[in-house]
Design a protein around this ligand. Structure first.
Ligand SMILES: Nc1ncnc2c1ncn2[C@@H]1O[C@H](COP(=O)(O)OP(=O)(O)OP(=O)(O)O)[C@@H](O)[C@H]1O
Ligand SMILES: [Mg+2]
Length: 269
């Protein structure tokens, strides 16, 4: 019997929201770690010049000679940019601030929107047997993010449980529709996950109600609570699952991983 949690094809998920500070990087790191805890192999692509995912997983600046920038623009082989992390089964292609100039350089490149798509489909990728690739996007709908949406099978949107949370969503949905029409017709919305949820705060509840009313089943059942352990973990260079496995944040990310895996298993069936 094949393991039903195992997806055959590597699923590529872009973690996107053009709003800053909503929990993209935190979700990328901890969802990835939680998938690994479920027995899967996961690669994170740090597609943000801020390099927060790389820092949060303890990749020293001195270990970032070959990065997402080189993967996109210098034609380096995958094997040269993929690094192991402290978490067994979790790998990363790190980023540095160099990536900020990539957005401009991409404009000059004819195949500019497909660079990440092509890079992730190098034949060597099969040798890694990744179940999931999570792409941590910058807070913008720029060419880097468009590259992620064209490379991906689906988009996962962290939504901060705060005022104005839903405001940018229509622009994001419009961009997804454009990408579908022009380059990636099969792009799915993996789901919207409420982050930094505070059950004692009416506003959080209101954002949840609005999101569920407007987006229905697209909103994951799992909500990520505001939890100090989640925000502390990156300064110890680890996912919250390793930093404090019994914290509410760690438990929520494990629930989210199970929800994503179950959704994809259902789609594959
Ligand atoms: N569940 C949580 N509980 C407490 N703090 C959180 C939680 N999720 C994220 N944070 C904190 O909120 C801040 C923003 O999170 P994060 O960096 O993941 O957002 P982002 O969307 O990636 O930001 P950017 O748009 O700058 O890339 C960070 O300081 C992070 O530690
Ligand atoms: Mg980020």
């Amino acid at each position: 019997m094949p393991d039903p949690t195992r997806v055959n094809e590597t699923k590529i998920v872009a973690v996107v929201n053009q709003k800053g500070g909503v929990g993209k990087t935190t979700t990328t790191i901890n969802l990835a770690a939680a998938m690994v805890a479920e027995g899967l192999r996961v690669l994170i692509i740090d597609l943000d010049p801020q390099g927060n995912a790389s820092t949060g997983l303890g990749i020293d600046a001195s270990d970032r000679e070959l990065t997402t920038y080189e993967l996109l623009l210098d034609d380096v082989a995958l094997g040269d940019v993929i690094q192991d992390t402290q978490t067994e089964g979790l790998c990363i292609v790190p980023a540095t601030v160099d990536l900020s100039s990539a957005d401009i350089e991409l404009m000059a490149n004819e195949k500019r929107s497909f660079l990440l798509h092509d890079a992730l489909r190098q034949p060597l990728m099969d040798d890694y047997h990744f179940d999931y690739i999570l792409i941590d996007c910058p807070p913008s709908l720029n060419l880097l993010t468009v590259n992620a949406m064209i490379a991906a099978h689906s988009v996962l949107v962290p939504l901060q449980s705060e005022f104005f949370a839903l405001e940018g969503l229509s622009q994001l949905m419009l961009t997804i529709r454009e990408v579908r029409q022009t380059a990636n017709p099969d792009l799915r919305i993996e789901g919207v996950v409420l982050t930094m949820f505070d059950a004692r705060n009416n506003l959080s509840q209101q954002v949840e109600n609005d999101a569920r009313d407007n987006l229905g089943d697209l909103v994951f059942q799992t909500k990520i609570p505001r939890n100090v352990r989640v925000s502390e973990a990156p300064s110890y260079a680890m996912p919250v699952l390793d930093y404090d496995p019994t914290s509410k944040g760690a438990i929520a990310y494990r629930d989210l991983a199970r929800e994503v895996i179950a959704k994809n298993a259902k789609l594959a069936a």
